[in-house]
Design a protein around this ligand. Structure first.
Ligand SMILES: [Ca+2]
Length: 391
């Protein structure tokens, strides 16, 4: 009898634990962890590296200390180490520069030093509307001018749809040389449910080889009805992504609707819930989905309510600014700040909002090789800012 009571007690405990896991709640700023405006640590400086950029969106640091930067209307420029901007690089793809669309992210091939290959993501017009596409080309210098040579489209989000919103569009090379592309669900009541289906690229992260072919170990390649490029589903509009420095896994930030921006650890074949599970609501109010994610759906690691509109993601792993070592950074567009998430392992334990008195929309944040952080401000006259430690 005693044994049976014990067993029942254990079963009840297991059930409760199971329910607890099923109702997993993300950590929320100001509710579960402290969130505060903060000043930069002593000795840390912000300087302008380049300015006069029209809505800069993507930044790729070059081995020579310069960078490539995109401007959303359709220009790619080379930034010299001293901050001079080149004329627009010729030969870049024609973009559909309306609303949130245009020339978006830029990354270097992992073997760029040898092959000179560069990848651009952009809004591409076509039958049915537009969608995110990725082109690969070779960066070639002719005197003081540059060109994007042998341009070839390696990925097209399908289907195209008439919308000027939610292109997603961050590009991240994994350690194994595969390319992740984050894709939005096009912000329409019609395409929103597509984020849950495997027959479109709306609201997905896709994973491709560097030539655009599909890796044989992608999670849905054996499903005949699924698009084989899909790596994960249930995303809304992921505009920041980076590899975790220790695990090599892809992390991303995505925009929620009104509330419900998310930080997610992205794994093969997993479903991130949109629009069935979200901490956000319709603009102006109105329920969209349930909050807590049931088994089979991945809850966010962290969720902002109200929204900050996160864009760009960077892991800081340097002693140049010692108090920041191990932190996760994201830019905030509507939040007009640089956000620092202090981590304890994979748990967010504190949020700081930096540079709030600057009053600028932060589009992107990139960690440099010497413990510096590069920011893009989103404006008609946008800038590249550099944050450096005092030593
Ligand atoms: Ca989600």
């Amino acid at each position: 009898m005693k044994l049976r009571v014990c067993c029942m007690a254990w079963c009840v405990a297991a059930l409760i634990a199971g329910v607890g896991a099923a109702q997993a709640q993300p950590v929320r700023p100001g509710k579960d962890v402290p969130m505060a405006r903060a000043a930069l640590p002593a000795g840390v400086t912000v300087s302008t590296w380049a300015e006069g950029l029209e809505h800069p969106w993507g930044l790729a640091l070059l081995p020579n200390g310069g960078a490539l930067v995109t401007e959303r209307p359709g220009r790619l420029r080379v930034v010299s180490p001293s901050g001079e901007l080149s004329p627009p690089v010729s030969g870049t793809p024609k973009v559909d520069a309306r609303g949130q669309g245009g020339l978006l992210d830029v990354v270097l091939h992992p073997d760029f030093a040898r092959n000179g290959l560069v990848y651009l993501s952009y809004a591409e017009a076509g039958e049915g509307g537009n969608s995110t596409a990725v082109a690969r080309g070779k960066l070639v210098q002719d005197g003081d001018r540059w060109r994007f040579a042998d341009s070839r489209v390696v990925f097209r989000q399908a289907p195209k749809f008439a919308s000027t919103l939610h292109f997603g569009s961050r590009l991240v090379f994994a350690r194994d040389g595969k390319l992740f592309v984050t894709l939005g669900e096009r912000s329409s009541r019609r395409t929103r449910p597509d984020a849950q289906g495997l027959d479109t690229h709306h609201g997905k992260v896709v994973r491709i080889n560097d030539d655009g072919s599909v890796p044989s170990d992608n999670p849905f390649t054996s499903d005949k009805k699924a698009l084989p490029e899909i790596w994960s589903l249930g995303h809304r509009n992921p505009q920041g992504a980076a590899l975790h420095p220790r695990t090599g896994e892809l992390w991303l930030v995505e925009h929620g609707p009104q509330g419900g921006d998310e930080l997610n650890v992205v794994r093969a074949g997993k479903n991130y819930g949109w629009p069935r599970y979200t901490y956000g609501e319709e603009y102006g109010g109105g329920k969209i989905g349930e909050e807590a994610s049931p088994p089979g759906f991945e809850p966010p690691l962290y969720s902002w309510v109200p929204s900050v509109s996160p864009s760009g993601l960077a892991f800081y792993t340097s002693q140049a600014i010692p108090g920041w070592n191990g932190s996760v950074f994201t830019g905030a567009l509507s939040g007009q700040a640089l956000i620092r998430l202090q981590m304890d392992g994979q748990k967010v334990v504190r949020e700081e909002r930096l540079l709030t008195d600057m009053g600028r929309r932060v589009r992107h944040v990139v960690a440099g090789p010497s413990g510096e952080l590069y920011l893009l401000t989103d404006a008609g006259q946008g800038q590249i800012l550099v944050i450096r430690g005092g030593r």
